[in-house]
Design a protein around this ligand. Structure first.
Ligand code: ADP
Ligand code: MG
Ligand code: MG
Length: 252
């Protein structure tokens, strides 16, 4: 199992400090949720972990099993076992979903140990069936014209096929109807094992009705200001964030 460790992380966008000292450790076997109001830096955290060039880490560290993630190129981060589902996945014209997925799987394998086409197709078929995806989705261009729900299911398909050590899922639940939400949750729950650690970033508690996190964190103003168990998410759903602001003396 792997451990992703984030220490005192400060991140700026265009010289404006967004993250102001984030500490977080995610181990294989654990599911963490970060919740928080809009604009508090949740997506900035996931972008910094995956190495988006616009997000400048000004201090602090991110390590995966002691290896410096910040020194890795974006593709090296994926090969090291990190997976990021972005809030707004990009479209890639001319590349089919199936080709993209097979290339991604093989990029993480040693030369000569590529997944066989037969095995790949079988696994992809099975996983798409579990996620109740239209089989045509395999041959469509990546994310091109995908509906919001199709994009999110497709991210979970990638997750299940790539089998990363640590996944960061940013608003994987946004824009999903209840059926799609259940399917996405089923996929994530299917991944649960001692070899898989997951950070779920969400604005809403409802996803956490289907995936019970081990740890819940609240982010405000670029910091994790409170951590607890699943009961913390339930209290946020019932009472919103004002009580935390009051507790901490935070003004809007
Ligand atoms: P959250 O995901 O919690 O809603 P974000 O991390 O997306 O918050 O945004 C945190 C802050 O950083 C916001 O004030 C937002 O406007 C700003 N921000 C995020 N991304 C960019 C960007 N690419 N360029 C400029 N400002 C950004
Ligand atoms: Mg947002
Ligand atoms: Mg966000």
């Amino acid at each position: 199992a792997s451990t992703l460790t984030i220490k005192d992380l400060h991140v700026s966008i265009e010289d404006k400090e967004i993250l102001k000292g984030v500490n977080l450790e995610i181990k294989g076997g654990e599911i963490h949720a970060i919740m928080g109001p809009n604009g508090t830096g949740k997506s900035t955290l996931s972008s910094a972990i995956m190495g988006h060039p616009k997000y400048e880490v000004t201090s602090g560290s991110i390590t995966l099993d002691g290896e410096d993630v910040l020194e890795m190129e974006v593709d090296e981060r994926a090969r090291a076992g990190l997976f990021l589902a972005m809030q707004y996945p990009s479209e890639i014209s001319g590349v089919t979903n199936s080709d993209f997925l097979r290339t991604s799987i093989n990029a993480r394998r040693e030369e000569g140990k590529e997944i066989s086409l037969m095995k790949f197709i079988r696994e992809m078929d099975n996983t798409m069936e579990l996620l109740e995806m239209d089989p045509n989705m395999a041959q469509r261009y990546l994310n091109e014209g995908f509906s919001g729900g199709e994009k999110k299911r497709n991210e979970i398909l990638q997750l299940m096929m790539l089998q990363p050590q640590i996944a960061i899922l940013d608003e994987i639940d946004s824009g999903l109807d209840i059926d799609a939400l259940k399917i996405v949750s089923k996929g994530i729950n299917e991944m649960r094992s001692s070899d898989f650690g997951c950070l779920i970033i969400t604005h809403y508690q409802r996803l956490l009705n289907y995936i019970t996190p081990d740890h819940v964190h609240v982010m405000m103003q670029g910091r994790i200001v409170k951590s607890g168990g699943p009961e913390l998410a339930q209290r946020l759903e019932a009472e919103g964030y004002d009580w935390i602001k009051a507790e901490l003396g935070i003004e809007d």
